[in-house]
Design a protein around this ligand. Sequence first.
Ligand SMILES: Cc1cc2nc3c(=O)[nH]c(=O)nc-3n(C[C@H](O)[C@H](O)[C@H](O)COP(=O)(O)OP(=O)(O)OC[C@H]3O[C@@H](n4cnc5c(N)ncnc54)[C@H](O)[C@@H]3O)c2cc1C
Length: 300
Amino acid sequence: MKPAGFDYAVPRTVPEALDALADTRQDVRVLAGGQSLILEMHLQRIRPDLVVDINRVAELDRLSVNDGTVEVGALVRHGVFESAQAAPGPLGTLLSLAVVNIAHPPIRARGTMVGSLAWAHPASEWCSIAAALDADIRLQGPQGAREVPARDWFRGPLKTARRPGELITSVRFPLLGEDTGVGFIEHRRTHFCFAQVAVAAALTIRDGVISEARIGLANCADRPVRARAAEHALVGAEVGSPGTGYRLPEGHPFVRAGRIAAEQDAAPLAEPYADLEYRRHAIAVLVGRTLRQAARGVPR
Ligand SMILES: Cc1cc2nc3c(=O)[nH]c(=O)nc-3n(C[C@H](O)[C@H](O)[C@H](O)COP(=O)(O)OP(=O)(O)OC[C@H]3O[C@@H](n4cnc5c(N)ncnc54)[C@H](O)[C@@H]3O)c2cc1C
């Protein structure tokens, strides 16, 4: 199918973009990488009255490090994070582990991290990391500028706290300390499918004891999840040896955390290829393995 007719604005600055977004017609959309929007327009599931293309707003194509945070502008493409050096320290490693799971290179060359946060697909890799690290989503709109932490941002499948007329200008992640190890593991049915389950983890371990844990889950509920109950169970636990075999040793804190994440934090929905029992099992196993991957990355 072809998209229905729509008006098109091409601002060159943020104020021009905000002027265009102030249009009061029913469906006004920002166009960033277009990797979700254009597809939906072709299928006519979205029929915007006006598309505001921000691709010429140069100030949105910025990645900066300030005051212990990394700020990613609305035009920074997924592919930038294929280099672990795009962001300093373990945060850069985490983003680089996750990004290769997003679609394939042409989509990563065009799609943007902020576009993923705006789209808020429950299976999005970036959304799971934003949830784990409680990233701040920064917006400008008719009422001025504001920041929304990820815990308040995601409201359901493809639903966010964005208000009409608002432009997301950037997302800000906290940097992770050098004593933090990170992991990201995803299970998908075929290479071209979205994640059936994906887990992001960051672990800080001091003298063999976990002092901080952050776990984000993708496609384990109707929105990205921060697995707080599992995190809570990990803090203060002795890591011991998580082994090198296919299975983690029974009774290990990572196995326990996996079960807690699956039973208390996640609220998975059954899918044609994965019933609830399978999905909870996959979440428990993947959380355990991702924590082990993160623990291996902690400098000794
Ligand atoms: C074949 C295929 C496979 C894919 N696989 C994956 C995958 O495995 N994992 C994954 O996470 N994604 C996947 N995607 C989606 C892809 O990552 C998109 O790039 C992403 O969802 C949206 O980013 P975008 O920049 O392309 O946004 P767009 O498509 O331009 O916009 C998406 C939505 O967000 C809004 N929006 C975008 N930017 C802003 C902003 N700055 N302010 C306010 N609103 C904004 C738009 O108005 C629109 O409603 C896939 C896409 C395709 C086509």
